[in-house]
Design a binder for this molecule. Structure first.
Ligand SMILES: NC(=O)C1=CN([C@@H]2O[C@H](COP(=O)(O)OP(=O)(O)OC[C@H]3O[C@@H](n4cnc5c(N)ncnc54)[C@H](OP(=O)(O)O)[C@@H]3O)[C@@H](O)[C@H]2O)C=CC1
Ligand SMILES: O=C(CO)[C@H](O)[C@H](O)COP(=O)(O)O
Length: 630
């Protein structure tokens, strides 16, 4: 949409136009900047311009307007005094005319107060004579303040233009919060939730009723009406359960038109996303698979967003994603174009894999402190607060501190929560993809398995009675153990991130996605569940390094942690504390830093029983040998 703020000299076109452009998040252009030099000189001398003077100027603006429109719209301040001039400028269908109307006296007073403009006050008379007030558009009285004028223009525009800019389907935890996030930043949002008679009725209407201050949201119970309410090309965000996406697309696609953009913001499997991208592309539609992280609060206030898919579709929605995303430490939005096909959902899937292991690592650290050392939860919260301040700060540690202090009556709520971890699938998918690509995925797959084992509660209770724990007779120095534990936790986190990023690296190479790991770490520094101080470091390190464990500052940290890490894991296991993530991080590290491994024995065994052949250390790589072992 092009918005032309018009009126005679001194009516405030530039000030109002600039502020309106800020509110609409559009670029601002001042027609005065396009006057040729002879016209400016003429006006300075108080000589009014005639139609012939204005013709080339109007022609240039008329040719620029379609370019601005193609780039997403603009606000232009232009006198556009005569109907004939306005017709010349009408080179795109969607122009909103905003006429700043004022009395001669008001405008004259303003002009007399104005110094640095080439238009002398005397020019006002000739402009008033030329002026043909438009019988259409928005008329606003210039005696109001610029803020009031802009507010009135916005309200009138909303009234005149009933179409919404952005549609959200699915008003559950995430969809509702994202819709409100968009609306509270000035986007006209249409919301739709499925209608299930007797169960899911008028959900969008309820959201509107709960948010009376947001006048720019509209709610629909009928999909057709929702789609019709959207500006073209339509932008529709699906925020529904991943298993329902295909069925939702089946009913949505017939209502859409070529060029419309559908965004799947849920946790869909990336291969499904690639398939859907191709399906929609065949129908002239853009399908953007965007991973979104941050939970309910992040979605409402600023999540991290990982969009992938066709660039053309992404570019149409980028400004909305940037508007609602969290900000990094330099104020940049925590969102960036990730890559083609399902790259956005793939990266979100790995994010969740890292998340699973980060959560499990904290659970293990908590177990060691509480069940091995016998430290009370409130004191553990104190230890974690210290870590939070000293280099280990993260969102997950922060919420764990809160959880360890949350009481129900006199008792800790945590102690009442059943110890069976559930999962919706993303962590498991990432482990399966790691197997498919042959990437070692120790900590992340261990975290998935730990959840699966936790779900076997009944069997675990029986086994606990069968195999009662026997504690070793070792004296533990609590202070030095906590120091080592901090190092073990720090090393585990580094190794866990390295493993997650190594899966992304391998898949990116295989699929030519050209993922930018520094950017991915950057958009994970805020808004998402795995945001942390470490992530800030990764955003820097991945600018120069491929492998985290080869980066000098990380090498120092791991070297310092190494001894304490091994003793913590060994002692914990001796005490019967399960440490799947901590121990697999340690194992990964030891294996990764072992130059001569025992894999030669595996090769010998393979060749022995199956004549699979082997390579030799004393021969060139790629040369294979077989031995008659018997
Ligand atoms: N919660 C979180 O922290 C995060 C969730 N996600 C992902 O976002 C997506 C939505 O999650 P969330 O908002 O938490 O889930 P909710 O369960 O709160 O909401 C699910 C939404 O999907 C709709 N829905 C369910 N089944 C169907 C169907 N068959 N057809 C149409 N709509 C359907 C629901 O409608 P109705 O109300 O009528 O049942 C509801 O609007 C999921 O993919 C989730 O994995 C991503 C990041 C974080
Ligand atoms: O995507 C998320 C955060 O980034 C969700 O919170 C995720 O759904 C949690 O996964 P699970 O239910 O498997 O623990």
């Amino acid at each position: 949409m092009i918005y032309i703020v018009m009126g005679v000299t001194g009516s405030g076109k530039t000030t109002v136009g600039q502020r309106l452009a800020e509110r609409l998040r559009l670029p601002f252009y001042d027609a005065d900047d396009y006057h040729p030099r002879p016209s400016i000189d003429k006006m300075r001398q108080g000589i009014p311009l005639n139609d012939a003077d204005r013709a080339p100027w109007l022609a240039q603006l008329a040719s620029l307007i379609p370019v601005w429109e193609a780039n997403g719209g603009a606000v232009l301040a232009c006198s556009a005094l005569k109907e004939e001039y306005r017709k010349t400028l009408q080179t795109v269908p969607d122009i909103s005319w905003i006429y700043l109307d004022g009395s001669r006296d008001t405008i004259l007073q303003r002009l007399q107060a104005r110094h640095a403009h080439f238009m002398p006050p005397a020019m006002l008379e000739s402009q008033l004579q030329s002026l043909e007030k438009p019988a259409y558009g928005i008329h606003v009285d210039v005696s109001l303040s610029p803020e009031q004028i802009v507010q009135e223009v916005i309200s009138k525009l909303d009234h005149m233009n009933p179409q919404s800019e952005f549609g959200v389907i699915g008003l559950g935890v995430m969809g509702k919060s994202l819709a409100l996030n968009l609306a509270s930043r000035g986007v006209r949002v249409a919301m739709y939730n499925r209608h299930v008679p007797g169960k899911e009725e008028g959900i969008a209407t309820q959201v509107i009723a709960e948010n009376p201050s947001l006048t720019n949201i509209k709610g629909f119970d009928k999909l057709e009406e929702f789609v019709q309410s959207l500006e073209k090309p339509r932008k529709v965000l699906l925020m529904i359960y991943a298993g329902a996406i295909d069925a939702q697309l089946d009913v949505l696609i017939p209502l859409l038109e070529s060029g419309d953009v559908v965004i799947d913001g849920g946790n869909s499997y990336y291969k499904d996303t690639a398939r859907r991208t191709a399906l929609l592309s065949g129908k002239g539609l853009h399908f953007v698979g965007a991973g979104i992280s941050g939970g309910e609060e992040g979605a409402r206030k600023g999540p991290s967003i990982m969009p992938g898919g066709p660039r053309e579709g992404y570019e149409q929605i980028a400004k909305y994603l940037e508007l609602i995303a969290a900000r990094d430490s330099k104020g940049k939005p925590c969102t960036t174009y990730i890559g083609p096909d399902g790259a956005g959902h793939f990266v979100k899937m790995v994010h969740n894999g890292i998340e699973y292991a980060e959560m499990q690592a904290l659970a293990e650290v908590y177990s060691l402190l509480r069940f091995m050392l016998g430290i009370a939860p409130a004191e553990i919260a104190g230890i974690f607060k210290d870590w939070q301040k000293n280099s280990l700060g993260s969102y997950l540690l922060e919420i764990t501190i809160d959880i360890l202090q949350k009481k129900e009556g006199d008792e800790l709520l945590l102690d009442k929560i059943l110890d069976q971890a559930e999962q919706k699938g993303t962590g498991g998918w990432s482990a399966a993809v790691a197997l498919e690509y042959g990437v070692p995925y120790d900590t992340l797959s261990a975290a998935v398995m730990a959840r699966a084992l936790s779900a076997m509660k009944t069997e675990r209770v029986k086994a606990a009675a069968l195999y009662q724990k026997q504690s070793p007779s070792v004296t533990i120095n609590e202070k030095s153990f906590v120091t080592s534990l901090k190092q073990a936790y720090q090393a585990t986190r580094i190794i866990n991130h390295e493993i997650g990023f190594s899966l992304m690296r391998e898949v990116s190479v295989q699929l030519n996605w050209e993922l930018n790991f520094s950017e991915i770490a950057r958009i994970w520094t805020n808004g998402c569940i795995i945001r942390s101080q470490l992530m800030e470091e990764l955003a820097e390190i991945y600018k120069h390094e491929q492998r985290l464990l080869m980066a000098p500052p990380i090498v120092d940290k791991i070297r310092n942690a190494r001894q304490g890490f091994a003793s913590v894991v060994a002692l914990g296991l001796q005490y019967g504390i399960p440490l799947p993530v901590l121990s697999s991080a340690l194992n990964y590290f030891i294996g990764y830093s072992t130059a001569d491994s025992a894999a030669n024995l595996l090769q010998a065994q393979r060749d022995y029983f199956g004549a699979h052949t082997y390579q030799r250390k004393d021969k060139t790589t790629g040369e294979y040998f077989h031995t008659q072992w018997k």
